[in-house]
Design a protein around this ligand. Structure first.
Ligand SMILES: [Zn+2]
Length: 227
């Protein structure tokens, strides 16, 4: 685990290949995801900030919810609770966040953008003042998991198109995996790669993930892990 300050009031916490974020406003602080191997994300955050810390999850895959039980409640898109409760078998009290909602940390407004596809209730978070997009797993230059029951490739492409349409609002992308920061120019490249993947036009190679036979489709800009 490594804690890196990105800029004033923004940290990334690197946890074995996945990262989560702590953002501070004037009045409140927000953890975006809670780690994969760590179980003390709240404690880590409270060492970095003196402000009250709450938690929002970009989605409920297991590498993003490690410390959720530390919180009495957490923010999550309602469409993600099936993943959290039924697939990941975790418990907790949800506060729903939906498309267009603003979380104001005090002179720092974060806008919730619904981005279904990678999972049904995936969200991206737009830090309006700092012109940063935090997209969870939807935008990255690593391996994007698109196999299994939660994934919907066509919806994923539509979510990327939606984010592309908002790209005048951000200059920098902070993903959960791979390189950080990313330039918004990656979005049209990902859309092109995802469309070619859906059409079976990308080279694939077989792989296995936790006993499941999958294929890895190489889009150059990223890889899609598909069934
Ligand atoms: Zn992830």
């Amino acid at each position: 685990m490594e804690i890196i300050r990105i800029q004033d009031g923004s940290w990334r916490i690197e946890d074995e290949g996945v990262r989560f974020f702590l953002l501070e406003g004037d009045e409140n602080a927000l953890l975006i995801d809670s780690g994969m191997t760590v179980r003390n994300a709240k404690e880590i955050a409270e060492d970095l900030t003196s402000l009250p810390v709450s938690l929002v999850n970009t989605h409920a895959d297991p590498d993003h919810i490690g410390s959720n039980e530390e919180f009495d409640s957490f923010l999550m898109h309602p469409a993600e609770t099936v993943n959290y409760c039924n697939v990941q078998q975790r418990k907790g009290r949800f506060v729903p966040v939906e498309e267009g909602e603003i979380i104001d940390l005090g002179n720092r407004k974060l806008r919730i953008i619904s981005t279904p596809g990678h999972t049904p209730g995936s969200i991206a978070i737009l830090d309006e003042e700092n012109r940063v997009l935090i997209p969870g797993d939807s935008i990255q230059d690593g391996g994007i998991f698109m196999f299994g029951i939660m994934r919907e490739f066509q919806a994923y492409i539509e979510s990327l198109r939606k984010l592309e349409g908002m790209s005048h609002l951000f200059d920098s992308i902070w993903p959960s995996h791979g390189s950080l920061p990313l330039d918004p120019a990656i979005i049209p490249q990902l859309i092109d790669g995802a469309e070619r993947c859906l059409n079976g036009e990308l080279p694939t190679k077989p792989a296995s993930f936790m006993g499941q036979e999958i294929r890895i489709a190489d889009a150059g800009v990223a890889r899609f892990l598909i069934s």
